[in-house]
Design a protein around this ligand. Structure first.
Ligand code: PEP
Length: 234
């Protein structure tokens, strides 16, 4: 089983950082490491990154509820993201929920993403039972191969305070069983120092990395941990 390393740059990064990633990727030990990497960068850099390194798996950090194109000022549709090589979209991140994104809106965005074939990385916290509404659960059942759940306890985001390994394992197992989903990731203060311990859990399909993803050396080290863990489970 492959272990994904999803880098969430948030509202950070630059053309220079894209260039540094392109150069660093040339030094990865193998293609497997590159296949495990997904970079979620601000929309403005996506087309450039795709043109510089078409093997990058790119993610957006949001998408519109509207498909295709139309009179929706400021919106970017999942179809447009697909057009510049985007394969994944992060939805329901706690930073967006805390600014007013509710479950109804997240459901509509999720529907829009899966409709056009983008894999959604749906973030949930310890409060997942209220975040995964019946409507969202319906989509998870219908599209279980096109949605990855990312367990991100709010208390761990950007704080350096991770839950215990046992807690991560318990929640991931519970999410998989309850929502019949095959991929559950963990996110919250992942660094090269703790990635191996998290990635080696069978219940965990990858990590979502925020702050540490802005440092190319950290990303390379986390990718090395991910490659190491693939051999645990294959
Ligand atoms: C995140 O915000 O998705 C995240 C995981 O952040 P950090 O790694 O900085 O805690």
């Amino acid at each position: 089983m492959s272990k994904l390393v999803v880098c969430n740059w948030k509202m950070n990064g630059s053309i220079q950082l894209v260039d540094s990633c392109v150069s660093a990727m040339a030094y990865l030990p193998n293609d497997v490491a590159l296949r495990n990497l997904v970079i979620a960068m601000p929309d403005i850099f996506l087309a450039y990154a795709n043109s510089m390194e078409p093997r990058f798996k790119l993610a957006a950090q949001d998408c519109s509820v509207y498909g295709g194109s139309g009179a929706h000022t400021g919106e970017v549709s999942a179809d447009m993201l697909m057009g510049v090589g985007v394969k994944y979209v992060i939805l329901g991140h706690s930073e967006r929920r805390s600014r007013g994104e509710d479950t109804e809106l997240i459901h509509a965005k999720l529907a829009s993403a899966v409709r056009c074939g983008i894999t959604a990385i749906l973030c949930v916290s310890d409060d997942y039972e209220s975040q995964i509404t019946e409507q969202i659960e319906g989509l998870l059942q219908a599209h279980h191969d096109d949605v990855i759940l990312a367990y991100e306890p709010v208390s761990a985001i950007g704080t350096g305070r991770l839950p215990g390994v046992g807690d991560i394992q318990r929640v991931a197992a519970c999410l998989r069983r309850r929502y019949v989903i095959s991929k559950v990731m963990y996110g919250g203060s992942v660094t090269s120092a703790n990635a191996l311990n998290i990635l080696k859990m069978d219940e965990i399909s990858g990590v979502l990395v925020g702050g540490a993803s802005l440092k190319v050396d950290e990303v390379s080290a986390i990718l090395a941990a991910a490659s190491q863990c693939m051999s645990y489970s294959t």
